[in-house]
Write a protein that binds this ligand. Structure first.
Ligand SMILES: C[S@@+](CC[C@H](N)C(=O)[O-])C[C@H]1O[C@@H](n2cnc3c(N)ncnc32)[C@H](O)[C@@H]1O
Length: 217
C-alpha cells in the first residue's frame, strides 16, 4: 500500500476506535465500541460501498483463545518464523511477537488490515510484517508455524483454509487454530489443545462470553 494511504488509514483507525485492553491478555488493540458506525465510517473514508465487515476492529473469540494459548505456551513460537493468516486486527500475530517469535508475518485480504495491524503492533511494541492478499492457492511461505484464528465462519472459505492448512502441515509446518465453535469448523481434522472462556462484544457475537478452543492439526 502506498505510504500516504497507509498513513491516512492509520490516522482513521486511531480517530475512530480506541485502544482497549483485550480481557485476560496483557495486550491492547484499537477496538470499535459498535459495529455499524465503524463499518459506515470506513465506507465513507474509503469512498466505497458494500465493503466487507470491519473484522479488524474487534478481537475475535478464536483469536483471543489462540493468543491466550500462545501466552501460556510461548515455546510454540519462540525463535520460530510465524505466519498469522487472516490476521484481522493482528492480535494473534502480536501475541506471537510478544512471545519471542523470530519473525512474524501477518496476512489478510482486507486492505484495512495492513493499517490496523501496523497501529496495533506499534501500540504493543512489537514488529509485525505484512503480506496482503489471498495466499490459499499460493506456494507455502518460509515459516515454521501458521496460526489461523476464527477463519471457519463461511462454508467455501472454510474448505479452502482447511486445504491450505493441511498442505502446510504435510510440508512440516506446525499449524494451530483458534475457534469458538463456528458452524464450518472442521473439528474432525483437528485435535483440541485447550479451551478458554473469552469475553467478546455482543456487537459481533450472540453472548458476552464464548467458549473458544485451540486446536492443532
Ligand atoms: C473473524 S476475522 C478473524 C480475525 C483474527 N484472526 C482474529 O481472530 O481476531 C476473519 C478474518 O479473515 C480474513 N479473511 C477472510 N478470507 C481470507 C483469505 N482468503 N485470506 C486471508 N484473510 C482472509 C478477513 O478479512 C478477516 O480479517
Amino acid at each position: 500500500m502506498p505510504e500516504a494511504t497507509l498513513t491516512s488509514r492509520k490516522a482513521f483507525i486511531r480517530a475512530n476506535t480506541r485502544a482497549a485492553a483485550v480481557p485476560g491478555l496483557n495486550l491492547s488493540i484499537f477496538t470499535a465500541d459498535e459495529l455499524t458506525p465503524i463499518w459506515e465510517a470506513t465506507e465513507k473514508d474509503l469512498a466505497k460501498h458494500n465493503i466487507a465487515p470491519p473484522f479488524w476492529a474487534f478481537p475475535w473469540a478464536g483469536g483471543q483463545a489462540l493468543s491466550h494459548y500462545i501466552l501460556d505456551h510461548p515455546e510454540i513460537v519462540r525463535g520460530r518464523r510465524v505466519l498469522d493468516i487472516a490476521s484481522g486486527s493482528g492480535l494473534v500475530a502480536i501475541a506471537a511477537g510478544k512471545c519471542g517469535a523470530a519473525d512474524v508475518l501477518a496476512n489478510d485480504i482486507d486492505p484495512m488490515c495492513e493499517a490496523a495491524i501496523a497501529v496495533n503492533a506499534e501500540l504493543n511494541g512489537v514488529a509485525v510484517s505484512y503480506l496482503a492478499g489471498d495466499l490459499l492457492e499460493t506456494d507455502l511461505p518460509a515459516v515454521d508455524v501458521i496460526l489461523a484464528a476464527d477463519v471457519f465462519y463461511e462454508q467455501t472459505p472454510a474448505r479452502r483454509f482447511l486445504t491450505y492448512l493441511q498442505r502446510a502441515h504435510a510440508a512440516g509446518i506446525t499449524v494451530f487454530a483458534g475457534d469458538p465453535g463456528r458452524t464450518y469448523f472442521p473439528r474432525d481434522a483437528f485435535r483440541q489443545l485447550a479451551e478458554y472462556a473469552v469475553e467478546t462484544s455482543t456487537e459481533i457475537e450472540n453472548a458476552p462470553v464464548k467458549a473458544a478452543r485451540v486446536w492443532a492439526l
